[in-house]
Design a protein around this ligand. Structure first.
Ligand SMILES: Cc1cc2nc3c(=O)[nH]c(=O)nc-3n(C[C@H](O)[C@H](O)[C@H](O)COP(=O)(O)OP(=O)(O)OC[C@H]3O[C@@H](n4cnc5c(N)ncnc54)[C@H](O)[C@@H]3O)c2cc1C
Length: 174
């Protein structure tokens, strides 16, 4: 399958920027965090490598070059929208689906777990209850992804585990 090269994509393809304030630099952004979708296939040449703190492995010069090219494209895209940013970046760090895979254990380094279909969400919903007594599941793969989805899954798992359906009401009261 052929993928549209990142440099040909429009900014609206999904870049997501988070600005973080740092106490030491009041009024200035301490760091920012830019995310753009990347397919696992783009890093499949290095899929056999594994690198995380405690189990370091250099993925090689070609991988570093690949990441550097992505970083430059991303900075250009950010600069299209926020022209002052690129020239003022002092340091940057890039990560790919391989980084996610090696740190969080997701098979293809997905940020948001298993692929869901908004047109048919029930199709991929997983119950917290399993066939094994006293073994319960939780996390983003159950129903919704992200921090909110994971928290909702946790509540659902707690209710399933304790059988206490008043939990939601008690959370609302807090
Ligand atoms: C770079 C990045 C940025 C993100 N930013 C946001 C954001 O701004 N807002 C937002 O809503 N969501 C964000 N997300 C998504 C969010 O982090 C996830 O939706 C959420 O963490 C999922 O929670 P979870 O508990 O289901 O899984 P995880 O947080 O992935 O926890 C799973 C845990 O299981 C461990 N594990 C995996 N396999 C094994 C194994 N075999 N043995 C033992 N332990 C294992 C992992 O190490 C990990 O600690 C981001 C994700 C990434 C990768």
């Amino acid at each position: 399958m052929a993928f549209e090269p990142l440099h040909q994509r429009k900014l609206a393809a999904g870049i997501w920027i988070i600005f973080c304030r740092r106490q030491a630099t009041p009024g200035l952004c301490g760091y920012h965090f830019g995310v753009d979708p990347m397919r696992y296939e783009e890093v499949s040449d290095w899929a056999h490598t594994y690198n995380r703190v405690g189990k370091e492995h250099h993925r090689g010069v070609a991988y570093e070059r690949f990441k550097e090219e992505k970083a430059q494209v991303l900075l250009r895209l950010i600069g299209d929208r926020f022209p002052l940013i690129p020239a003022n970046v002092k340091r940057y760090y890039t990560s790919t689906p391989l980084t996610n895979r090696d740190y969080i254990g997701d098979a293809e380094g997905s940020m948001y777990g298993i692929q869901k279909d908004y047109r048919d969400p029930l199709q991929t919903m997983i119950s917290p209850r399993t066939k094994i007594p006293n073994l319960f599941l939780t996390g983003q793969n159950l129903n919704l992804h992200g921090i909110l989805g994971t928290s909702l899954s946790a509540v659902l798992t707690c209710i399933t585990l304790t059988g206490d359906e008043s939990l939601l009401d008690r959370i609302r009261e807090v």
